[in-house]
Ligand binder design. Structure first.
Ligand code: ADP
Ligand code: MG
Length: 418
């Protein structure tokens, strides 16, 4: 089987690495690290025609789309209309991620448990609803409905904070059009986990759960990032909780999508808050999460390519082999990230990397013949072991040896499992 993976981050590196163990893999555009595990071709993720041409000239059997942007833009529809098997939902299904108000409406229609909410196009009305939530004892959460690059959610601690968030999203347009509609919802209390399900219409298969860390600093302090680390499995999320999450949020959503004429083929990423022991759905994404995927790929045996192909062609999904191990991924980031950071900083990787550690590249490029940083999150050091402690120690041993100016990473990944 020949697979084309679309994207250039740590998630795509992990997917390409895993898939290349059982198929021939090409990545477009890829990055410096991906190029060591698979062939990279310089075609941009937004260049649909270029991607189709590549599928034809290289006889690609399956396209796996990594990031959400090309899905929202309709890449999967375009390729399917031209006879290419694609893992990734069409534009209509991708609205689950592109519009939080659409997503919440569908949750209600499908009977998926979610925080009480209303969507607004008017700031005064949004503030009135926020106040009514606060009056009834729940601090409101304010969400820009569109894509705000992970920065569009404010979990308010006071009504003032909530009102400020509404003003900056709706009136000052802090996130542009993404804030023209806001969702105001009830705040849930508990711990979070996300579930990555490989979906084929109404059939699905969920991958092992990974816990990710969003804040930049140890102890969950500092601003939000794209993710600073992850580990798997997660003791706090036992099988019965996963089954409950599947039955309450994955199966009914896929059935509802089908009833709307949306044949969903790709990853459904469901984010949950476990409140009083019950998984309540916070949001959906339409692609694999990063860095969770880096940890999850280290725990899979054979069968991923077959499962993704089955999803792409609408067949029932055969289970993927899951290894009896632990994995820990620590993200090594550029100085300044998630604020402004430099690119093009030379990176020195340790000469010897132990067999149980894989360094995934998230933002790297070759500059003047030298491996250099090319993004905020630069590397994902992903280790496996027979215990969580062993995997954690191995990951940090390699992190400590990586050299580039300004590098930083959290020291507490997997240290205090939820
Ligand atoms: N209703 C809620 N109650 C409490 N926390 C929330 C709620 N909704 C979102 N959050 C917090 O905000 C984070 C981001 O919200 P989410 O809906 O996942 O949007 P996005 O990932 O697009 O930024 C969540 O991971 C969670 O920590
Ligand atoms: Mg989220």
């Amino acid at each position: 089987m020949r697979i084309l993976v679309i994207g250039s981050g740590g998630r795509e590196h992990a997917l390409a690495w895993k898939l290349s163990q059982e198929a021939e893999v090409i990545v477009a555009p890829g990055n410096a690290g991906i190029a060591e595990d698979a062939e990279c071709v310089e075609v941009r993720t937004g260049d649909s025609q270029g991607i189709l041409d590549l599928c034809r000239s290289r006889f690609v059997d399956l396209v796996v789309v990594g990031p959400e942007d090309p899905l929202v833009a309709g890449l999967a529809d375009f390729l399917r209309a031209n006879g290419v098997a694609v893992y990734g939902p069409g534009k209509d299904g991708a609205q689950l991620e592109a519009s939080k108000s659409f997503s919440k409406d569908l949750m209600i229609q499908a009977g998926v448990p979610t925080a009480q909410f209303e969507a607004f196009k008017d700031a005064t009305k949004a503030k009135a609803f926020a106040k009514s939530l606060a009056d009834s004892g729940s601090m409101p959460v304010i969400k820009a409905s569109g894509n705000a690059l992970g920065k569009g959610v404010v979990v308010a601690n006071t009504l003032d904070e909530a009102e400020e968030a509404i003003d900056s999203m709706m009136l000052d347009r802090e996130f542009g059009e993404a804030g023209s509609t806001v969702v105001v919802e009830e705040r849930l209390l508990g711990y979070e986990f996300s579930l990555l399900s490989i979906c084929s219409g109404t059939d699905f298969y969920s991958l092992p759960v990974a816990q990710d860390y969003k804040r930049v600093l140890d102890g969950d302090r500092g601003p939000n990032t794209g993710g600073m680390g992850a580990y798997s499995p997660v003791a706090a999320v036992p099988t019965n909780l996963v089954r409950e999450a599947e039955e309450s949020a994955v199966r009914p959503m896929l059935a509802h999508l089908q009833s709307l004429g949306i044949d969903y083929r790709g990853t459904l990423f469901s984010g949950f808050m476990v409140q009083n022991g019950k998984p309540i759905c916070l949001e959906y994404n339409v692609r694999f999460g990063d860095p969770e995927t880096q940890s999850v790929m280290r725990r899979l045996g054979l069968g991923l390519s077959t499962a993704l192909m089955a999803a792409a062609v609408g067949d029932p999904i055969p289970p993927v082999e899951v290894l009896d191990n632990y994995s820990v991924t620590v993200v090594v980031a550029s100085g300044g990230y998630p604020g402004n950071y430099l690119k093009g900083v030379p990176i020195l990787l340790p000469e010897k990397i132990p067999a149980n550690v894989k360094v995934f590249h998230a933002g790297t490029a070759i500059k003047d013949g030298v491996l250099s940083s090319n993004g905020g999150r630069v590397l994902g050091v992903s280790a496996v072991g027979d215990t969580l402690e062993e995997a954690t120690a191995s990951a940090y041993e390699v992190c400590d040896q990586i050299e580039f100016e300004g590098k930083h990473y959290r020291r507490d990944i997997a240290a205090s499992p939820v």
